[in-house]
Design a protein around this ligand. Structure first.
Ligand SMILES: Nc1nc2c(ncn2[C@@H]2O[C@H](COP(=O)(O)OP(=O)(O)O)[C@@H](O)[C@H]2O)c(=O)[nH]1
Ligand SMILES: [Mg+2]
Length: 305
């Protein structure tokens, strides 16, 4: 990448204008839990809070990326700008899965109103929240009106998405062989709207039938992401569900909690690295005349050092 100076004001301005390079660069900082991101995030924050957040989750291979591609097309027809965050639970920055997603979303690569980014989620401290919140804010500040977040249905990440999004679409498909586990894992609870994809395949009817009993209280829709079938209905249910559910308060609460957690970790990290114990104290532990449990606690009581 070309060398150039990035002062905070110019950088912020560029992101607010929707500049992809500036946004990508900040996203990389965020992904690396780099503290240098914070002043920028702070400057962007007043310009956020407008986007509709749609979580798209479900098992690998269910057709989430294919569906997202279709949803992008639909939103673009409505003249809404779109951001996509594809969360990969395993792969750092690059890898087959992400490349696959990129290729599948490719038709929109040249559309300047569409911004697609994969986000590596397992950072230094684990968990997706801090980086995901920040990433959402960056896309929001870029002016993306709809933000789609793709996660693989494997557990904790989905619960997190459900807390953040205005609406969660659970994508299922026949023949994945994990129907029972999925229901056990409570994945079904997460979808505000449940889409049975690959409706062009006969087995989809069977899955739909199985799900009717459990998903009686929410929209359950048969779609074919590949053939573009059932999408209008799905879209209207997404709109309805996102208007119904007020996720904003719980989202802000979670954000504040995450920020507190991040801050405390930093303060804690500093405290530990600045801690000074004199050699005699350490030696006492070596000789088992003292124990580290007691040493640490008395150290805190007497105030640092
Ligand atoms: N028959 C059929 N296949 C589909 C449909 N949607 C997606 N697929 C295929 O399912 C596979 C997984 O799709 P993908 O979107 O990558 O799933 P993801 O892992 O959930 O993102 C790909 O081979 C798709 O072509 C559909 O509606 N019908
Ligand atoms: Mg995918």
């Amino acid at each position: 990448m070309q060398k150039r100076s990035w002062n905070k004001e110019a950088w912020t301005r560029q992101i607010l204008k929707g500049d992809v390079r500036s946004a990508s660069r900040l996203l990389t900082l965020v992904e690396n839990h780099d503290r240098a991101a914070r002043p920028l995030l702070k400057a962007l924050f007043p310009h956020t809070g407008r986007a509709t957040l749609i979580g798209v989750t479900g098992p690998a291979g269910a057709g989430k990326s294919t569906l997202i591609n279709q949803l992008i097309t639909s939103f673009r027809k409505q003249k809404r700008s779109v951001g996509v965050l594809a969360i990969d639970p395993t792969s750092p920055l690059s890898g087959g899965a992400i490349l696959g997603d990129r290729l599948r979303m490719h038709p929109h690569f040249l559309d300047r109103q569409v911004f697609i980014r994969s986000l590596a989620t397992r950072g230094a401290w684990g968990g997706i929240s801090p980086a995901l919140f920040d990433a959402i804010h960056i896309l929001d500040a870029m002016g993306k009106e709809v933000i789609l977040i793709e996660t693989v249905g494997v557990g904790q990440d989905e619960v997190e998405i459900a807390r953040l999004a205005d609406v969660v679409v659970l994508v299922l498909a026949p023949g994945m062989g994990d129907d029972v586990q999925m229901m056990k894992a409570g994945l079904l609870e997460i979808g505000d709207v449940v889409a049975v994809n690959k409706g062009d395949r006969r087995e989809a009817r069977e899955l739909l039938h199985q799900l009717r009993e459990t998903v009686y209280d929410r929209p359950l829709i048969k779609i074919s992401a590949e053939k573009g079938e059932g999408l209008l209905l799905l879209l209207s249910e997404i709109e309805k569900a996102s208007a119904d559910r007020d996720a904003r308060i719980s989202r802000q609460k979670k954000f504040v909690e995450e920020e507190l957690r991040t801050h405390l970790r930093e303060v804690l990290g500093e405290t530990v690295s600045e801690a000074s114990f004199d050699d005699r104290e350490i030696e006492a532990i070596l000789l088992r005349k003292r124990d580290p449990y007691d040493l640490v606690r008395s150290w805190i009581k007497r105030g640092k050092g």
